[in-house]
Design a binder for this molecule. Sequence first.
Ligand SMILES: [Zn+2]
Length: 101
Amino acid sequence: MSIEFGCQAYRILAAELPSLPARITGASSEAAHGVLAGVLVHETVVAEGRAASGKNAKVKASAAALDAIKGLPRFEFRKRYGCNCTSAAQNAAEKAAEASD
Ligand SMILES: [Zn+2]
């Protein structure tokens, strides 16, 4: 993700789900006692993954995030998630070019 879009401001968070009775959540008992992971790009949640372990939840969230941004033009990615990493890098490059004149 960071390579394709030049975005450095993404992270994966994980949190244990509260152990609610399945009849309340409507989910299976396994899903109700799992870990929820979320992929954030500039504080916007791109995708989520839920699994019994934190590691698997993060893997699911990562895969879902890649699916969500797959094929997205760079400008659309930046607009949707408020990403300015690439433009900041470009500005720095332009300034460096100006300074070298
Ligand atoms: Zn970014």
